[in-house]
Design a protein around this ligand. Structure first.
Ligand SMILES: *[C@@H]1O[C@H](CO)[C@@H](O)[C@H](O)[C@H]1NC(C)=O
Ligand SMILES: *[C@@H]1O[C@H](CO)[C@@H](O)[C@H](O)[C@H]1NC(C)=O
Ligand SMILES: *[C@@H]1O[C@H](CO)[C@@H](O)[C@H](O)[C@H]1NC(C)=O
Length: 556
């Protein structure tokens, strides 16, 4: 049974890096000398001579934004002397920043552009089911190809698998009996379960934060919707599993089983960025209040929304809410716009003129060095699809966000950002031009938004140091993989230090529900006995009184 809540109930938890900066970095700082002369410093480096060293990092989803967070971890591993090989589809950017990492191609990328039903449709489960269906279609080829590369070329001791759209990586590791570690830039559904948090991508109509929801709504999101989820996903998951079993892999109930009892790194960061081109540098320097518009590597809009967004951009500039706009089109082609648009004041303008950069204040580019743009002090607003990577970059650079979520986890990211007070949100189904103008203005002027942005910038900067902690944990797994305990119990041995008793005890005992139930039972029992006693005594007294009065009447 594929049942997201059930997975959580069984509680096979994953080990998430919660620790921030100080955990590790302190060990690397150089202290001038011991506080008392003659004292000795402790060793801070682990002995790496015995650790297996070959690491294969696999990322199947093309697009620089999606590969660099795994590269970031790969880079730290390579710095510590590991032989890191990075495998991805398509071409990777020639990266002088990663001189120590080997690159291997997994072949041409498939379907980099998301299909229309994901992009145009409502925010619901069908988009996710659709992704898994595509994965099923390509699985055999992907798996065999990856296995060949791993077995013949890389011979890894450990796999680092980017968790999205990359099921084959975990399976190849399993087939080769090597540990695999999941890496995801952000939330991966069902990975963690806390009842007060919800994921609208899986649980339609539930809020990301259930704190202020009614009882009925909390009941619906926690108990009722998981069944619907199961109905939608059951058949897709079953088909996927059949393909896996036909390749000799062990059957599993859900793709989430890949992450059962494993190390999983989330909310990752990045560190190297392409710089501004001279063109962009000139444009931004000349425009003190620039809005940057970018909708991610894989996404695009409906033709109507393209026209409306373009109109909004032109009017935002004409109304001097910002003085310049940079729009990175990526997946959007010039043919995806109508030939002309009508502005609010009735004027018609040619879209091609704008798209061909005839408007001196609107700069259209096919691809943007996003971080470098956001990093510039003149960039005041970021109109974004709020994919996780873009969100982190925006927070890190302290840029307020005009959220335009399109699909998958983006609507919930948008909700989180609005709750955090760093964003305002547009609805892709019915946004209005005047909203874009109004929001772009508020994002620059609202004092609370400015304050929240500063707070989050600090948090993002501190948390971006967690990569060192991540690599420490990976090193532990590598080291531990050599030391299989002799009185071995089961397949959880590799992570035995990290698996809490709660997990082994199961949902009921692990949460002490049996004890609480017994306590409640005892309290109810005691009350019942007291009430029973009171009634009994009451009856007795009543009968006595009644009887004595009866006796009296008789006597009379
Ligand atoms: C490092 O990995 C590459 C594969 O990417 C392999 O060809 C090479 O032999 C490995 N080096 C060592 C020292 O194991
Ligand atoms: C603007 O263009 C539309 C068609 O795109 C046309 O119907 C309309 O008459 C034009 N309006 C003006 C004022 O030119
Ligand atoms: C970001 O801005 C800072 C200071 O303005 C600068 O030193 C740094 O090089 C910039 N980074 C990028 C990637 O543009």
């Amino acid at each position: 049974m594929f049942f997201i809540k059930q997975l959580n109930l069984t509680g096979f938890f994953l080990f998430i890096i919660l620790c921030s900066s100080i955990c590790n970095v302190a060990g690397d700082t150089v202290v001038d000398g011991p506080p008392i002369s003659g004292w000795l410093a402790k060793e801070t480096e682990i002995d790496r001579s015995e650790i297996p060293k070959n690491i294969l990092v696999v990322n199947s989803l093309e697009g620089y934004s999606h590969i660099r967070y795994t590269l970031t971890i790969g880079n730290v591993l390579a710095d510590r002397g590991y032989n890191v090989t990075f495998a991805t589809t398509g071409t990777f950017p020639q990266s002088p920043q990663y001189p120590k990492i080997h690159f291997v191609s997994l072949g041409d990328s498939k379907d980099i552009r998301y299909s229309k039903d994901i992009v145009y449709g409502s925010y619901d489960l069908s988009a996710v089911a659709n992704l898994l269906e595509r994965q099923t279609k390509n699985f055999k080829e992907t798996f065999l190809n990856m296995k060949k590369i791993a077995e013949e070329l890389v011979k890894p001791d450990l796999f680092l698998c980017s968790a999205v759209y990359n099921e084959a990586c975990f399976d190849v590791a399993k087939a080769m009996n090597k540990p695999s570690i999941g890496v995801a830039i952000a939330f991966v559904g069902g990975r963690l379960h806390t009842p007060y948090k919800s994921e609208p991508m899986f649980m339609e109509g539930c809020k990301v934060n259930m704190e202020h929801e009614s009882f009925w709504q909390r009941f619906r999101c926690e108990m009722f919707l998981p069944f619907k989820f199961m109905m939608t996903f059951g058949p897709v998951v079953k088909k996927f599993d059949e393909v896996r079993v036909s390749l000799g892999l062990p059957s599993q109930q859900s793709p989430l089983d890949y992450w059962k009892n494993s190390l999983f790194l989330v909310d990752n960061f990045f560190d190297y960025f392409p710089p501004l081109t001279p063109d962009l540098e000139n444009f931004i320097t000349a425009h003190k209040r620039t809005m940057f518009v970018a909708l991610g590597t894989h996404l695009y809009l409906t033709p109507e929304n393209n026209a409306k967004l373009l109109q909004s951009i032109v009017e935002t500039v004409e109304n001097n809410i910002v003085d310049g706009v940079i729009w990175s089109l990526v997946q959007t082609k010039k043919e995806d716009f109508p030939p002309s648009i009508t502005l609010s004041d009735g004027r018609n303008i040619s879209t091609l003129d704008v798209l061909n950069n005839k408007n001196p204040n609107i700069h259209i580019i096919p691809y943007a060095p996003q971080f470098a743009i956001l990093n510039h002090t003149n960039v005041k607003v970021f109109l974004s699809h709020v994919g996780a990577g873009s969100v982190y970059e925006s927070l890190y650079t302290g840029t307020p966000i005009l959220a335009f979520p399109i699909s998958l986890e983006q609507p919930s990211n948008a909700d989180r950002l609005v709750l955090a007070g760093v964003a305002l949100r547009l609805n892709k189904f019915n946004f209005k031009v005047h909203e874009v103008l109004d929001f772009a203005e508020r994002l620059q002027k609202d004092e609370n938004i400015q304050i929240n942005v500063k707070r989050f910038k600090t948090l993002a900067m501190i948390n971006s140091k967690r990569k060192y902690r991540a690599v420490d944990l990976i090193e532990f797994v590598l080291q531990a993989s050599k030391w299989r305990p002799t009185e071995e119990l089961d397949d959880q041995w590799l992570y035995k230090e990290w698996i809490s008793p709660k997990v082994r005890m199961g949902f009921i005992k692990g949460n002490y529900l049996d004890v609480y139930a017994a306590a409640i039972g005892i309290v109810i029992g005691v009350f019942a006995v007291i009430i029973w006693g009171v009634i009994k005594i009451g009856k007795l007294m009543f009968r006595k009184l009644f009887k004595s009065s009866e006796d009296k009447t008789k006597k009379e």
